[in-house]
Design a protein around this ligand. Sequence first.
Ligand SMILES: Cc1ncc(C[n+]2csc(CCOP(=O)(O)OP(=O)(O)O)c2C)c(N)n1
Ligand SMILES: [Mg+2]
Length: 802
Amino acid sequence: MTDPRLPYLAEFERKILWLSSWTIHNANHVRPNLDGLKIGGHQASSASLSTIMTALYLAVLKPEDRVAVKPHASPIFHAIQYLLGHQTREKLENFRGFKGAQSYPSRTKDIDDVDFSTGSVGLGVAQTLFASLVQDYVKAHGWRKDRPEGRMIALVGDAEMDEGNIFEALLEGWKQGLRNTWWIIDYNRQSLDAVVREGLYARFESIFRSFGWDVVVLKHGSLMQEAFREPGGDRLREWIDSCPNQLYSALTFQGGAAWRKRLLDDLGDQGPVTRLIEKRSDEELARLMSNLGGHDLPSLLQAFESIDHDRPTVFIAYTIKGFGLPLAGHKDNHAGLLTPTQMEGFRASAKVRPGHEWDRFEGLNLPEAELERFLKSVPFNARGKRRHEAPKVPVPAALSTPQQPSMSTQQGFGLILNELARSSEPLADRMVTTAPDVTVSTNLGAWVNRRGLFAREEMKDLFKSERIPSTFTWDFSPKGQHIELGIAEMNLFILLSALGLSHSLFGERLLPIGTLYDPFISRGLDALNYACYQDARFIVAATPSGVTLAPEGGAHQSIGTPLIGMAQDGLASFEPAFVDELSVILRWAFDYLQRDGEGEPSEREIQEKSWLRDETGGSVYLRLSTRTADQPQREMTPDLAADIVDGAYWMRKPGPNAQVVVAYTGTVAPEAIEAVGLMAEDRRDIGLLAITSADRLNAGWTAAQRARERGLVHARSHIERLLGDLQPHCGLVTVIDGHPATLAWLGSVMGHRTRSLGVEHFGQTGTVQDLYRHFGIDAQGIIAAAEMIAPGRPIRYLKAVG
Ligand SMILES: Cc1ncc(C[n+]2csc(CCOP(=O)(O)OP(=O)(O)O)c2C)c(N)n1
Ligand SMILES: [Mg+2]
């Protein structure tokens, strides 16, 4: 008996193809919304997934499933959501326009229930794998026992498989015992520029099998399979299977007559197979030859619905790029658009009357009431929108601050986490840490000793059971709270992205902390950007940083990361110098992570003082160091704590006639303190500004300026207040173990002359002192800069230093 859903799915597949094509056509020709710029819209890329996505969204998916849609299938996705009532005509009419439906599905910018943003190819694919690990983590901790497990599904372009991060993820998935993950490869054998290499599917098959995945190849649709059963069918099958990709594409583009000519050239005068070809009209022949597995609803339903296990599964689905459209199969079709004439032809075949282009059932062959009933019964849509919310985890008023007289920020970070691990704070139970093989070297060891490593199955530390002394206990269990990763930094950020969306994906809030060496942020940078773009919430502690990792040499020293921290949207960056600052920042971070990020951030004057957009929340980057520093003995007053969070405070307040102010960030604090002490006799009223977050300081300043430009004349940012009392002639020397541009803008705030010290060139091995001297960020360098910028009598200690 045929599946009763098939007639509806076939109708809706046509409708979805029409709506997605019309969306693109409308944006280009009817209501051009990009100043005459023709916009691709990726009609062809979308069309190759039209059948698969119809089958998935309107039949196979359950509400608990989560999907990363190939970026260029966005028009199809929006069309489906429009049919299901989650996308508006207005947004579709404004596709790719300002505030319209987005070119690539976006969790934050689209309204139609996007599970994972995509755009930078490869990242969404890996995101599904890590989301599945997070689902396992949540379940293993006993938090969603009553809810069904979802499948994490990626719709993957075949050329997208070139991205290395996918393979890094595959290896990690294998190590972690991946389950409940489906990747569906849209095997249209075309990329952006060209047709892919022959035989690629065979590489895919063996790669996936070796990582323990099940492989399902969907090559021949049901029409083809029927034809293969006819006399001569085996010859046709051989021909199809040995046809080069380029030729198949070209014939698809040319259509029925070309198929006939070519097939008869190759298979004419050969008895039954010739008859098989000849008895079909051109149109029937074209339909047969384009009936690949990925365009055959019965095969797709059968393949998806026969999976009765949770093993990771890849489907290699043969498709046609541009399926159902006049540009099908053409190798240049990636950014191709239908001409108005082609669109009119398509309109006629879709039976859509002018003025009825957006009608959901226009041109369909089944009664509206039945179609409506079918849509209402779609399992995926049974619960409407599928995003979850999770209550906030309470954050204590203060974290316990280690009291050692001398330590590094990295060490302090480890100690604070250790205290949290020992505590019974609910917060500690929701924390989850992860590191790419640098757990011990970034000081997470003590936390891991107490809270254990996560794995679905128990695994005891053999060294411990053999009684071999070791500082660290490496016990794995389902209750563990540290996920140990292999070295790939891409995986770290994609996992943080998945952990940081747990509240929305799975309804359980996690407070993720990832650690890595600061220079290697760049290795995972696109994934970090991706995580922020989807508004995932996490803390990244990057340590060591700068040239303070002196003996390791230039390859382990970071220069530009403070600028990354400033420029990265969705990430508040801090570089504390002292552990009491770090403690305040971490506490704040746990709260900031959990603030509701829905909607557009507004610049309301929530924190009257700072002009920061703090109500929306975000992720946090801590740039730490292994360099030991003497810790100030001071009381952490609420005012000081607020200043630390806003980005700066006076370590030494300048007098009324200050000639020079030194502003430092992070681990160069001792140099700045020393320099100020040595200059105090020769420069009047000297000030020392401790900057804990150049990022937030700068953001507040920018926001205040914008507010004033809008007429809010009293808007003042934190840095404007701090520098506001300085005389115009006061010089500013800024210093950071990182790129000097990080603080160079301070001179523009009130117009003070500024000299910015920092590191611009690759370092090398040496002691910290050697390198600081070399780059001129030691006390002597600071004093020399001050003398130039704030003229006066010679600073007598200048020569004595260093
Ligand atoms: C990281 C990244 N690099 C490059 C691009 C530009 N780009 C978009 S689609 C594409 C080719 C996609 O081919 P495939 O994955 O086979 O998808 P198809 O268009 O065939 O459906 C490229 C290179 C991108 N979006 N992301
Ligand atoms: Mg392709």
